[in-house]
Design a binder for this molecule. Structure first.
Ligand code: PLP
Length: 236
């Protein structure tokens, strides 16, 4: 049994995060319904994750495929849309295509091909985002923006799935203005692809607990928020 205080804290955190994301949207002259909050549940167990769902967060992100599969099984009765936000290996792709509403971490043409093959086989239509390594950090996955423009024809040639946006993370020690610039580059890269290839790419998954305001002002449609939702719990 979870203590009521934990439950209460999560309800409160969810409300604050929603309010702050909505304020950031309004400050950027955008509609609050244009930005979805993906609650990143990777830090907490199934019971705590269930509290978050009960608080109203029904879009959940996990970075490890294994954890997504486990939690999806244990929360099968809840109305949850699962988002895979961390790297995916092709040998784990089948289960993820089966279970996930969205995959934010398409970081190679080969992975996209594997996902497309399973999507056809399983008659699934996951939301797919291609990851951009905009900070240039070596330990981050994804295409750098120039490379992405080059490989896009290969991405578009893959049948059975449709990519609907881009995902990115800002650099680890970036200042607020550097972070903003990085998110702007992702948006500009998206705009270039749309103009050049006439493909609609409405989704931009960018922004986490520390930088979602910057991301929303640069056009994020999905923010992936974890630690902020569990403040007051993780340290106890
Ligand atoms: C963990 C994680 C998040 C959430 O990060 P917080 O800073 O805890 O909000 C978002 N996106 C990705 C890809 C992550 O791995």
């Amino acid at each position: 049994m979870l203590k009521d205080s934990i439950r209460h804290q999560i309800v409160e955190n969810w409300r604050i995060v929603c309010d702050e994301v909505a304020s950031a949207a309004r400050a950027a002259g955008r509609s609050t319904s244009d930005v979805r909050v993906i609650g990143v549940s990777k830090y907490v167990d199934v019971d705590t994750t269930r509290c978050l769902v009960e608080a109203g967060c029904t879009e959940l992100g996990e970075s490890r495929p294994q954890s997504l599969v486990q939690k999806a099984a244990e929360l099968a009765t809840e109305k949850v849309r699962w988002h895979l936000i961390g790297s995916l290996q092709r040998n784990k792709a089948k289960r993820i295509v089966e279970l996930a509403y969205a995959i934010h971490s398409i970081d190679s043409v080969k992975l996209l091909q594997a996902v497309a093959d399973y999507a056809i086989q399983l008659n699934r239509n996951p939301v797919l985002l291609v990851e951009v390594n905009v900070s240039g950090e070596v330990d981050k996955h994804g295409f750098n923006p120039t490379e992405l423009l080059e490989v896009w024809p290969q991405i578009m040639a893959i049948r059975g799935v449709e990519v609907t946006g881009l995902m990115a993370m800002s650099g680890l020690n970036a200042t607020s203005s550097e972070t903003r610039r990085q998110f702007a580059i992702v948006r500009e890269t998206r705009d270039t692809l749309v103009a050049k290839h006439k493909c609609p790419l409405p989704e931009l998954s960018m922004g986490m607990s520390g930088d979602y305001a910057e991301a929303v002002s640069e056009g994020a449609t999905m923010v992936r928020i974890g630690s902020r939702l569990f403040e007051g719990l993780l340290t106890k």
